[in-house]
Design a protein around this ligand. Structure first.
Ligand code: CU
Length: 285
């Protein structure tokens, strides 16, 4: 089909407007609804989800800093290549120089990259310690990856546990679950992660956490949610047929709401222990 210039222009205009609105919506999601935040993918999203924990803020800062560093290096190398191609090609420079050594420049191109790498390593290790040096827990939760759903245990609150399965009838599609993981806002939540059958991975992008759930081993990570709202993640280690259908949904609530939820959850899940679903065969659709 042939399009006139006008048609092409209008089509491009709509694309551009769509892109613009996409970014505007993304920006609004980060600020206007700060009270009830939502951590999930959105249309036209090209950056991280808005940070909802101190660790994720540090990760985003590290990422932005590195983006500047690699951009400057890339532009510099590109400029050198362009200069070399224009000034030293056979036509522009028919009699090439026979220089093979230049001590000054050799020292410089060794020392400068070393300095750049050391400059990256320092904040990088600081970030690594922030992630791995787990602070004193206000609340501990155990997350067990199973084929293909998650089970959550609250050992500090009466040891109740429950299963969290994908809810096909709820929104957002592929991320909503029947029983959400509920945590209080501004509290250090330590998550102990293990696998019951194969290796899964517990990851929530807005909190900057992702850790393998390995059978026979207890991994540990932590987050402190700084906003109330819903935050979504997914199993991040290929674990079998329904790997794509075991989302993680975290509801961050106020202290009072959390206490109230614990009371109802204790009753609700007391008669419905998580381990009632004993094998993967029980949940196969
Ligand atoms: Cu999995």
């Amino acid at each position: 089909m042939k399009m006139s210039n006008g048609q092409i222009g209008r089509r491009f205009g709509r694309r551009f407007l769509g892109l613009l609105f996409g970014f505007a919506a993304a920006a609004a999601g980060g600020s206007a609804f700060a009270e009830e935040a939502t951590g999930q993918p959105h249309a036209w999203g090209i950056d991280f989800q808005a940070a909802a924990s101190p660790v994720m803020e540090s990760i985003a800062r590290m990422h932005s800093g590195l983006l500047v560093v690699i951009s400057v290096i890339t532009l510099f190398v590109t400029a050198l290549l362009v200069i070399a191609m224009l000034r030293f090609n056979a036509r522009a420079n028919p009699v090439p120089s026979k220089t093979t050594h230049n001590t000054m420049i050799e020292v410089a191109w060794t020392i400068i990259p070393v300095l750049i790498l050391v400059g990256i390593a320092i904040p990088s290790f600081r970030l690594l310690f922030e992630q791995l040096d787990i602070p004193k827990a206000d609340l501990t939760i155990k997350a067990t990856g199973k084929q293909w759903y998650w089970s959550y245990t609250y050992p500090d609150n009466g040891k109740f546990e429950f299963d969290s399965l994908i809810a096909q009838d709820k929104q957002p599609r592929m991320l909503a679950v029947d029983n959400e993981l509920v945590v209080p806002v501004n509290k250090v939540v330590v998550v102990q992660v293990t696998g019951a059958d194969v290796i899964h991975s517990f990851g929530v992008p807005a909190f900057g956490i992702k850790i393998d759930a390995i059978p026979g081993r207890l991994n540990e990570t932590w987050f402190k949610a700084t906003k109330t709202g819903m935050f979504y993640g997914q199993c991040s280690e290929l674990c079998g047929r329904d790997h794509a259908f075991m989302p993680i949904a975290v509801r961050v609530v106020s202290d009072q709401d959390f206490t109230a939820w614990v009371e109802t959850a204790k009753k609700k899940f007391a008669s419905n222990p998580a381990n009632a679903v004993a094998s993967a065969a029980d949940v196969m659709r």
